[in-house]
Design a protein around this ligand. Structure first.
Ligand code: KG4
Ligand code: ZN
Length: 325
């Protein structure tokens, strides 16, 4: 079964064709990121206008790269929510129009759950990060818009355990990068800088809310702001050391909560998804801590950590089957 996936929740316009819920036949992503960079964040109005410009070409290219015509597609899957409303509407209206015009079934998919499904998707000549039978699992989604922890019983049943009470993890990276004058998006640049900033002199608070699975990163972000204001003009101030200490604090909390959920639910599979899943410290810390607890941790390939439509088409396959039965 070939599913055409469409994803337009933020600044990426993406389309992909996935067979059998796992095999990626094409995966096309266009982005308006450059148009937002000098504003220091995504401007929703600009993002949605670019979506309109890109969508037709991106969908046509995804079919072309898959070597398929629209008639070869069995169903269309599209991101329904969450995301920027103007951006979401472009993909939803396009997909609904296409489904109506071609008579193909339409499946509307949750963007956050699809980030976790990226672990089960198989790029050409690669294995999926995680075998399809490794369920139930605990799933951590950390992106620019969300930090959520799930108990994943199967591909149709996701139980939300906790989420952020303020900034999402990626949002905290982006805001701290702005405080440190590092540009947008902040995650990749903090990740790179932190490599040369290892130290144990600077400590930022680990916002570990007790007795639940919620996150809070705004206190850590404010601590970075105050530290920077106090120290940036003093001798010895090193932005790489600040980046390291901030990243260490966020990563420690994400690792602690996810592994705690694995222990409590007696699960030995931990799935990570979303843009922050690209973070090298999160990968390193989780791999080593999970191993000592007998948990296997899975990260999608880099190309599938950020927003893409392969994860939408893949999860759409399972949700389409639910609708039919
Ligand atoms: O999943 P995504 O593409 O978009 C949303 O659905 O939000 O994630 C984008 C976020 C941005 O906040 C970006 O700073 C963050 O992912 N990010 C990273 C890294 N690469 C991207 N955060 C930490 N370390 C990275 N290497
Ligand atoms: Zn996302």
């Amino acid at each position: 079964m070939n599913i055409l996936g469409i994803e337009t929740s933020c600044d990426e316009t993406a389309a992909a064709v996935v067979s059998g819920g796992a095999n990626v036949r094409s995966n096309v992503v266009a982005t308006s990121l450059k148009d937002h960079q000098h504003f220091g964040g995504i401007i929703p109005e600009i993002a949605s206008r670019r979506q309109i410009e890109f969508i037709n070409g991106v969908v046509a290219e995804s079919l072309g790269r898959a070597g398929l015509a629209l008639g070869d597609i069995d169903a269309i899957a599209v991101t329904r929510s969450p995301g920027l409303i103007g951006s979401l509407l472009v993909g939803l209206c396009f997909a609904r129009g296409l489904a109506r015009a071609t008579g193909k079934p339409l499946v509307e998919v949750d963007h956050i759950k699809a980030h976790l499904y990226a672990n089960y998707v198989q790029l050409p000549e690669q294995r999926p990060a995680c075998p399809q039978d490794r369920l139930p699992a605990v799933g951590l989604v950390v992106s620019g818009g969300h930090s959520s922890l799930f108990y994943v019983e199967n591909f149709k049943k996701f139980k939300l355990l906790g989420s952020t009470r303020d900034d999402a993890a990626g949002e905290a990276f982006d805001k701290v990068a702005r405080i440190l004058g590092l540009g947008y998006p902040g995650g990749p640049v903090i990740d790179r800088l932190a490599v040369g900033g290892a130290n144990d002199q600077i400590k930022f608070p680990h916002a570990s809310l007790k007795g639940n699975y919620d996150f809070s990163f705004s206190g850590t972000k404010t601590a970075v702001l105050y530290y920077t204001q106090r120290h940036q003009h003093r001798p010895g101030y090193d932005v790489a050391k600040v980046a390291y200490a901030f990243q260490e604090s966020v990563v420690a909390v994400l690792a602690e909560k996810s592994l705690q959920a694995c222990r409590n639910f007696k699960v030995n599979t931990l799935l990570i998804g979303g843009g922050v899943a690209a973070n090298s410290a999160l990968r390193r810390v989780l791999h080593s801590q999970a191993q000592s607890q007998g948990v296997d941790v899975f990260f999608p390939p880099m190309a599938l950590c950020l927003d893409n439509a392969a994860m939408i088409a893949g999860l759409g396959y399972h949700w389409y089957n639910v609708k039919k039965s």
